[in-house]
Ligand binder design. Structure first.
Ligand code: HPA
Length: 257
């Protein structure tokens, strides 16, 4: 690869590649925190300009790593080593609001952290005492690029949303969903913390797009299953892929200018 990747995609549940993105074989990247599995690729637009992309499947290529066991530190450290310009993560989420139904895309702007036992910092016992500002955890520039990409592609994207991160891997109780909604949460998932936190600690420009796959427990008419989440992701994968393709076109165009 001749230059650092323009953008890294951390693909969540149901997102293992992006149509139009030519990805190479998986490549193991060693970090101080363990290994990350990366695939490098190139996205060419109609005029022949291209964006360099690196793709990381958060749950592994065969979806074998549950949310509480993802090696978030290795993943983010690997992207930091590569010097990526921007990181865009995808996440399957449950909705905490009936007016945000399954199928909607939400660009996250805040989080509430209910995780319990995950390594969640790079500043851990090496003599450095650091407290990272988290006032606006998601990068404003990458958020703007995603909003513009959605407009260009004619995709409806909620421009803000508060993500509640649970420890998982179980889904929530009815009472938890009611509490999270009462606290100001919009969507609930199991992976965005510590990913966004580590990205900020590492100085990466990180934003995340959540796809609502179901109404949260108790709002949903039936008990939740992982299969339901995967099916909803499959049904809506196209709009997410179109959004990412429009984003890549923006990076490709920037190289031409
Ligand atoms: N809760 C937690 N994580 C999820 C959900 C949910 O309802 N849907 C998809 N990921």
């Amino acid at each position: 690869m001749s230059r650092s990747p323009d953008v890294a995609i951390i693909g969540g549940t149901g997102v293992y590649d992006v149509p139009g993105l030519r990805l190479g074989d998986a490549h193991v990247h060693d970090t101080a925190y363990g290994q990350a599995l990366l695939r490098f690729g190139r996205f060419a637009d109609d005029s022949g300009s291209s964006a360099e992309v690196v793709f990381l499947a958060r749950h592994g290529t065969e979806h074998t790593i549950p949310p509480h066991r993802v090696n978030y530190r290795a993943n983010i450290a690997a992207l930091q080593d590569l010097g990526v310009g921007a990181v865009v993560a995808t996440a399957a989420v449950g909705s905490l609001r009936r007016d945000l139904p399954p199928g909607r895309l939400v660009l996250l702007d805040q989080f509430l952290d209910f995780t319990r036992c995950r390594p969640s910092t790079f500043f851990d016992g090496d003599g450095r005492v650091e407290h990272t500002d988290m006032t606006q955890p998601y990068d404003a520039t990458v958020r703007k690029l995603l909003i513009q990409a959605a407009q260009r592609a004619g995709i409806e994207l909620e421009s803000r949303g508060t993500y509640v991160c649970t420890e998982g891997p179980r889904f929530e109780t009815t009472a938890e969903v009611a509490m999270f909604a009462g606290l100001g949460g919009d969507v609930v998932g199991m992976t965005n913390v510590p990913e966004v936190v580590l990205a900020r600690e590492a100085g990466l420009s990180y934003a995340a797009v959540a796809l609502i796959t179901n109404l949260g427990a108790g709002l949903s008419p039936s008990p939740l299953t992982h299969e339901e989440v995967v099916e909803a992701m499959e049904e809506n994968a196209k709009q997410l892929a179109d959004l990412l393709a429009a984003l890549f076109c923006g990076f490709a165009r920037a190289h031409k200018e």
